[in-house]
Ligand binder design. Sequence first.
Ligand code: SF4
Ligand code: SF4
Length: 163
Amino acid sequence: MQDLIDNLPELAKDKHIENKKFFAKLKKKPPKNLDYVMQDLHDNEFKKTDCLKCANCCKTTGPLFTDKDVERIAKHFKMKSHQFISQYLRIDEENDYVLQSVPCTFLGANNYCSIYEVRPKACKEFPHTDRKKFQQISNLTLKNVAICPAAFNIVEAMKQIIK
Ligand code: SF4
Ligand code: SF4
């Protein structure tokens, strides 16, 4: 797994043009059953992929935190939302709350998330490969294939299935 993670930025770079063309075509004419196809590909990939052996998303990129996430996680720490924000978050260029630093502060030993039960929505949904109308998040996916080995494999499998 670590070899794949280390080589992923290079592998994703090699596939970038091919992937961009594929997603441009997909956006124009998505198959009617795309949601089902994606659910299958996602489920099959995550049967094989153990996120606890990876955690590359938590190590290299942080989630954005919605107001609800902030409220929930602050409550978990028995903090006021503003205290939580000033201790852990900053506002990024798109005006979203993000972590002050990566790897994520909440990433614990053995790749366990120390706030798993209350983790941000974006963490729960990453890498979004079971998202409905998947063609709408192609730009995000083009970036995620360089971070997430599962997303990389899912996109490779998509290209085999959807011609
Ligand atoms: S979601 Fe992707 S990047 Fe994150 S731990 Fe799982 S396989 Fe790794
Ligand atoms: S909150 Fe948990 S799941 Fe989300 S990035 Fe941090 S360690 Fe990973």
